[in-house]
Write a protein that binds this ligand. Structure first.
Ligand code: ASP
Ligand code: MG
Length: 410
């Protein structure tokens, strides 16, 4: 069982969570629970690390040492793990807390966005077999050399699925503040529908393209280890829910299953870079070294045969690091100037049905053009099409596309 930040937002809610855990135990199940920090807590901790790093803020924002950043931001989950264990024990359910290093949840050394590499969990498994509920602090792990690591924002989903895989759990139930995965964000499109089932692959795209319901890496692990994973509501646990499953288990395959969007986008354009072999490598090499995850890329045709413009996107959080990496290599790359903006957003349509239906992308382009929305960058894969547009049009675009692909609830 995994409970997100809103589910453990205060002591009353932690008590409610404890009753849900108790119910599982009373059904005869052995349980590991993974918890997030109380809602808002991680944001607060992150802000403190920025404040502490501020003094030299001439131009680029200062970057704190990521290892110490992890020490700070991992603290929120320690609190809720302890509080839930206390509450369960008070209810007569034997429980203990497990921090990332105690399980252990072994991760890579990429602090701030570490990847889980293994969850040996032998002591914890023994405790669970003994009838004790294991309350695991989500989001955190231990990097080689015993330093605390964190898994990136929303990482406790990943902790949950990895722990489920590690202890060969029969099921991983992700309890959250919505009762499942929707065709799109219901706050933007009130007619969004809950999906009974979604294929792992689709969920992977939905998550990585901005749907906030599950962290992307958690879906990767669920898919890899075939962990039967459900998303359900803490507040109405007995209704609804969405099951992540294999593609073969989905009968009706519409061309588009869902629409995701992400405002966490920034666009950088290098003007007048030499149009010759090695330039893309000169640009993207240093970005990779700086840990910037480049997403969409367009290189324009060369008008004069000598130079071209190259545009790429990354997350807003990585914008400063990306600019610094590019500027440090300005000689080697040889561009004229760099422009950037964070006033962009990415809207994506996703569906395994796309493979079998032609013309799916065209419907997207026509729908956006009918609304007068300009497309700045396009990228596609077998089961998704993404476009970069001005941020101010996100809601309009998502609503129009939701209707165009007949996803609106009746
Ligand atoms: N507390 C962390 C965050 O806010 C991890 C999580 O909630 O999944 O990102
Ligand atoms: Mg979450």
């Amino acid at each position: 069982m995994k409970f997100g930040g809103t589910s453990v937002a205060d002591i009353d809610r932690i008590r409610h969570v404890a009753t849900l855990v108790k119910r599982e135990v009373e059904r005869g199940n052995k349980v590991a629970v993974v918890v997030s920090a109380m809602a808002g807590e991680t944001n607060k901790l992150v802000a403190w690390t920025n404040d502490a790093a501020r003094p030299d803020a001439a131009g680029l924002a200062a970057l704190p040492d990521q290892r110490e950043y992890d020490v700070v931001v991992a603290a929120g989950e320690q609190v809720t793990a302890g509080l839930l264990a206390i509450t369960l024990n008070a209810m007569g359910i034997k429980a203990r807390s497990w921090l990332g290093w105690q399980v252990p949840i072994n991760t890579s050394a990429v602090h701030g966005s570490a990847r889980i590499e293994g969850v040996p969990a032998t002591d914890m498994q023994a405790a669970i077999e003994n009838g004790e509920v294991a309350v695991v602090a989500g989001f955190q792990g231990v990097a080689p050399g015993t330093r605390i690591s964190t898994l990136g924002r929303g990482g406790s989903d990943t902790s949950a699925v990895a722990v489920a895989a590690g202890i060969s759990a029969a099921r991983c139930d992700i309890y959250t503040d919505v009762d499942g995965v929707y065709t799109t964000d219901p706050r933007i499109v009130p007619k969004a529908r809950r999906l009974e089932k979604i294929a792992f692959e689709e969920m992977l795209e939905m998550a990585s393209l901005g749907a906030k319901v599950l962290q992307t890496r958690s879906v990767e692990i669920a898919m890899l280890h075939r962990v039967p994973t459900r998303v359900l509501s803490t507040f109405t646990p007995d209704v609804g829910g969405t099951l992540l499953c294999d593609e073969e288990d989905i009968v009706e395959k519409k061309p588009v299953t869902g629409i995701a969007y992400s405002r966490d986008e920034a666009k950088i354009t290098l003007h007048k870079v030499p149009d010759k072999p090695g330039v893309a490598s000169a640009i993207f090499g240093p970005l990779a070294d700086a840990g910037v995850n480049v997403d969409m890329i367009v290189q324009n045709v060369s008008e004069d045969g000598k130079t071209t413009d190259l545009t790429f996107t990354c997350t807003r959080g990585e914008l400063n690091r990306a600019l610094a990496a590019i500027e440090a290599q300005s000689k080697a790359i040889g561009y004229r100037d760099v422009t950037h903006t964070a006033d962009v957003a990415k809207v994506s349509i996703i569906g395994i049905g796309m493979r079998a239906h032609p013309g799916v992308a065209q419907t997207m382009f026509r729908t956006l053009s009918d609304k007068g929305i300009n497309i700045q960058v396009i990228s596609t894969s077998e089961i998704k099409v993404s476009v970069l547009i001005a941020e101010e049009y996100v809601e309009l675009a998502v609503r129009a596309l939701h209707s165009a692909y007949e996803l609106d609830a009746a």
